[in-house]
Write a protein that binds this ligand. Structure first.
Ligand code: GTP
Ligand code: MG
Length: 592
């Protein structure tokens, strides 16, 4: 069982862990004496916390500690205790899956009482859904083991936890340094009749029910078999919830692609036909479909994850600069990444005193906020309480994890109805015998839609056709498709006015999807594509396979492009610019 220990600086976390190790005989023989001796020799008072450092140095010998994780066992079960020295470490551990605590010990110094971080940590536990929490009121020796003193702290902190919805399983008076109420009941606290820390740990209910939850495995990577002629791929990741077995139909979201699990693969594991929560594994598929990192594998027929680009979230902000609107951030949920912006900050709460501000303009460090965020593509996730792991996210600002939280609600976005059609399309899709990778290898290109757009007066078509010719001449499989090539044929049944523009774009995107499946580089020219229209295309085809080029004056366009070109440079120059982009993005495998 993974337990996180948190609390204000110096309130005694490390001491309590050290004491737990010593009292459960988790220490290597002679270690305690050795550290005590060293302290005596250097005239330093001995600290149980030193044990942790001493063990860290011996990691090479394969003992009990690594980074901030400590391993020990009781007769009841094995534990990993995660020391969370600060908020960022705690968030990172909880969300990136380095360690995912099911229960928490919150440490409060009896002498200092409840501090801001005691409250903030309590708030984060509540927000991240750590279900079992025990509060240790430490250093009772400094409070003369006084019952009334303990009761005051308990009353104050209980009231706080109650407001954030945490109901602690125990409030325990302890003296970590001396071991009172850690592993053994303390004669110095005769008025306390509750469990010791160790008894409390053993009483935390084990998870286990996760197997009944829906299957979720965020795709970490897709590996090739190295055998020649074997074009199967291993879809690898960690199962975050539920279980799946050989023969199960799996659906990947957000793409909606589906196939059947053929084999379960893994290093150093006995041959298996099932995979379950907590396992880092891989599986192969019966049909060779295109799956990439960032998708979530699920089992058909079970509860589907939410799919949207708009999310209502609760988040905890830790960034040096405040979280603001009109700025791009990176969001990570599971293995998926997207660019995101804040649409609305509904409410900001100071986690240390729960005071709230309505309609704020930014979120400052250490504040908690309810926000609506918008991503540049749809992601697959769950809402909090359904599946924890796939509802937690972190926000990255300037390469640093600067915040994190949970998804409360999937909000409707403008592509909802188109997305449902795409999911149905994928449901009914008949895959061919030829794996997409084989086409890509033969054509030496990654299938891509290259969208060339720009203002009315720019010669988009000229550039697009020049590019097509250039690629064709060097042996690529490329095809030019102008909007008018579609308007009078595929779109013959609908009026050509602006009012049908979304449907025109959707059909164009469906054609693009077929061309991509055929392995093509499709060069599309269309006048003044808007961000909204690009979002329709991104919903209909894999967003990783779209490159956008703007040619001419930007005007008031809101479209985010991969490349902006000026007509003045001439087609030859611009064609080479686009080729450079395609090589850079790995679309053209080798410059011929
Ligand atoms: P950080 O990791 O810096 O946040 O601190 P921490 O919470 O890990 O605290 P640590 O265990 O390092 O203890 C801080 C100080 O409190 C040390 O000097 C300990 O000896 C002292 N301390 C810990 N437990 C007790 C206790 O039960 N009684 C007394 N009197 N001192 C204690
Ligand atoms: Mg410490």
């Amino acid at each position: 069982m993974d337990i996180v220990i948190a609390g204000h600086v110096d309130h005694g976390k490390s001491t309590i862990i050290g004491r737990l190790l010593a009292d459960t005989h988790a220490l290597p023989d002679g270690k305690l004496e050795q550290v005590k001796e060293l302290c005596a020799r250097t005239s330093k008072p001995f600290e149980y916390a030193f044990l942790l450092d001493a063990l860290k140095d011996e990691r090479a010998q394969g003992i009990t500690i690594d980074a901030a994780r400590v391993f020990f066992k009781t007769p009841a079960r094995d534990y990993i205790i995660i020391d969370a020295p600060g908020h960022i470490e705690f968030l990172k551990n909880m969300i990136t899956g380095a360690a995912r605590a099911e229960a928490a010990l919150l440490v409060i110094d009896a002498h200092e009482g409840v501090r801001e971080n005691s409250r903030r940590h309590g708030y984060m536990m509540a927000m991240l859904g750590v279900r079992h929490v025990a509060v240790l009121v430490n250093k009772m020796d400094l409070a003369h083991f006084d019952q009334a003193h303990f009761a005051r702290i308990e009353t104050e902190y209980r009231a706080f936890l109650d407001q954030v919805g945490v109901r602690p399983t125990a409030f325990i008076p302890v003296a970590g340094r001396d071991g009172d109420n850690i592993a053994a009941r303390s004669p110095r606290l005769p008025w306390y009749h509750g469990p010791t820390v160790l008894e409390t740990l053993d009483a935390f209910p084990a998870k286990g029910s996760d197997l009944e939850r829906p299957f979720r495995m965020p795709v970490q990577d897709v590996y090739k078999f190295t055998n020649r002629g074997d074009d199967r791929r291993i879809v690898a990741g960690t199962v975050e919830s539920g279980a799946a077995r050989v023969g199960d139909e799996v659906v990947f979201y957000p793409s909606g692609k589906r196939s059947v699990i053929d084999t379960v693969e893994g290093f150093n594991r006995p041959e298996a036909t099932t995979i379950a929560t907590g396992e880092a594994v891989g599986f192969t598929l019966k049909e060779q479909i295109y799956v990439a990192r960032g998708e979530v594998a699920t089992v058909a027929g079970q509860r589907r994850p939410a799919l949207s680009s708009r999310l209502k979230v609760s988040l905890f902000w830790l960034g040096r600069s405040p979280l603001v609107r009109k700025k791009d951030y990176l969001i990570r949920i599971g293995t998926a990444r997207a660019t995101m912006r804040i649409e609305t900050i509904h409410r900001v709460i100071d986690a240390s005193n729960l005071s709230a501000t309505d309609a704020p303009s930014k979120v400052e460090r250490h504040e908690v906020a309810e926000c609506t965020i918008v991503c540049n593509r749809a992601i697959a996730f769950d809402v909090a309480d359904a599946v924890d792991a796939t509802s937690r996210f972190v926000i990255v600002d300037a390469y640093e994890i600067s915040g994190g939280g949970i998804v409360r609600e999937a909000l409707a976005d403008r592509q909802g109805s188109i997305r449902e059609r795409v999911l149905l399309r994928e449901d009914k899709w008949e895959p061919s015998f030829i794996a997409p990778e084989r086409r890509a290898a033969r054509f030496a290109q990654r299938p891509t839609v290259l969208l060339i757009t720009g203002p009315r007066e720019a010669d988009r078509k000229g550039l697009a056709k020049h590019l097509e010719a250039r690629l064709f001449d060097e042996g690529r499989v490329a095809y030019f498709l102008g909007m008018s090539n579609v308007l009078y044929g595929v779109d013959a049944d609908i009026a050509r006015g602006l009012e049908n523009r979304q449907e025109h774009v959707r059909r164009l995107a469906e054609i693009a999807n077929l061309m991509l499946d055929a392995g093509m580089i499709l060069i599309v020219s269309a006048q003044e594509v808007t961000q909204d229209e690009l979002d329709v295309i991104k919903t209909t085809v894999d967003p990783d396979r779209i490159e956008t080029v703007w040619v001419g004056d930007r005007g008031v366009s809101d479209l985010s492009c991969d490349l902006t070109l000026s007509e003045r440079e001439g087609d030859d120059y611009n064609v080479e610019q686009i080729r450079a982009l395609l090589i850079d993005k790995g679309v053209l495998f080798r410059p011929w």
